[in-house]
Write a protein that binds this ligand. Structure first.
Ligand code: KG4
Ligand code: ZN
Length: 332
């Protein structure tokens, strides 16, 4: 069974070939150079770059997998959420392939893709599980009764964790994406030097980060000074504390046997360490993908797509991506 996965929801163009569950090739064309000077993703520029890059990238991905176009048996593509123009580029490409090759078209929710990134490298996850999905656009906690069954337990009521880190780095004068920059700076800083707040949210498993961002802005405008390393360490550790506290209470509430940490911010070294410590403390298994599978990629879309293929879940050729697509039932 050979499946092509395509991801174009934001600022990475990505394609991957999966054969019998094994990833044969997995390429990502980053747009960081394009958006960096603007301090964030510019939707129109992202779409144009996807249009230019996707065709050649798919060809190269197939070549690396030593796979002919005609050997493909299904195509999976991110259907949302994301930037509508960017999603349309991937969806139109996938539809054309499905039509020309007479193969099934499989739409995949972007966050389901992130959760599936765990299964690229592990297939022994214990259920029920709780997944913390932390990226540039999302901060959500899902309970999984089994693979593919999602219940939304909570999410950020304002900014996503990645956005908070990116904006913090920007306030300090660094480029985009700022998350990895703060991660690096924080290693040489003292997280207790500046007492940043840990904003609270009334709902038990929701997050709120806007107060933290304002606290950084106030600190930078005030009379006190500190090194960028100490600021990065204090700010990052406030974000991580909030994520850990809510994940712990969600895992207990869901009676979870394991915790999954996925999404771009799951590449963060402090968060990886702290969630492992939490797992040890609570006696829970912890699954975190390798950093390369945390940020947007198509291997995760292909892996989620394979599960839909096995369940016979396909879309008609007139399906349209949805920039606000939801995943699973909600508790609220
Ligand atoms: O999942 P992703 O690639 O794209 C979205 O779906 O949003 O996540 C991108 C986010 C950015 O906010 C970026 O700063 C953050 O992931 N990120 C990190 C690290 N690597 C990427 N944040 C903290 N530490 C990192 N090492
Ligand atoms: Zn993502």
């Amino acid at each position: 069974m050979v499946l092509l996965g395509i991801e174009t929801s934001c600022d990475e163009t990505a394609a991957a070939v999966l054969k019998d569950g094994v990833c044969l090739s997995d390429l990502i064309a980053s747009q960081a150079d394009l958006h960096g000077p603007h301090g964030g993703v510019v939707p129109e520029l992202a779409c144009r770059r996807h249009v230019e890059v996707l065709g050649p990238l798919v060809r190269e991905t197939l070549h690396k997998a030593d796979c002919a176009l005609g050997a493909l048996q299904a195509v999976a593509v991110t259907a949302g959420p994301g930037l509508i123009g960017a999603l349309l580029v991937g969806a139109s490409f996938a539809k054309s392939l499905a039509y020309a090759l007479h193969i099934p078209l499989i739409p995949v929710h972007h966050l389901e893709g992130h959760i599936a990134s765990v299964f690229i490298e592990h297939d022994n996850v214990a259920f029920p599980a709780v997944a913390l999905v932390v990226s540039g656009g999302h901060t959500s906690l899902y309970a999984l009764a089994r693979r593919g069954a999602y219940r939304l337990m909570g999410r950020s009521v304002d900014d996503a964790a990645g956005e908070v880190l990116d904006k913090g780095a920007r306030m300090l004068g660094y480029g985009y994406p700022g998350g990895p920059i703060l991660d690096r700076l924080a290693k040489a800083g003292d997280p207790n030097r500046i007492p940043f707040p840990r904003p609270r949210c009334a709902a038990p498993h929701d997050f709120s980060f806007s107060g933290l961002k304002s606290a950084l802005a106030r600190f930078l405008a005030g009379p006190q000074t500190a090194t960028d390393e100490d600021i990065a360490a204090g700010y990052q550790s406030a974000v991580v504390d909030c994520l850990i506290e809510k994940t712990e209470s969600a895992a207990i509430a869901a009676g979870a046997k394991s915790v999954m940490l996925v999404g771009g911010v799951a590449a963060n070294s402090l968060l990886r360490r702290r969630i492992r410590e939490m797992g040890d403390r609570l006696g829970l298994a912890v699954q975190i993908p390798s950093p390369r599978y945390c940020t947007d990629n198509a291997a995760m879309i292909a892996t989620a797509g394979m599960q839909h293929y096995e369940a016979g879940q396909f879309a008609p050729l007139d399906f349209t991506p949805d920039p606000n697509l939801r995943l699973g039932a909600s508790e609220n």
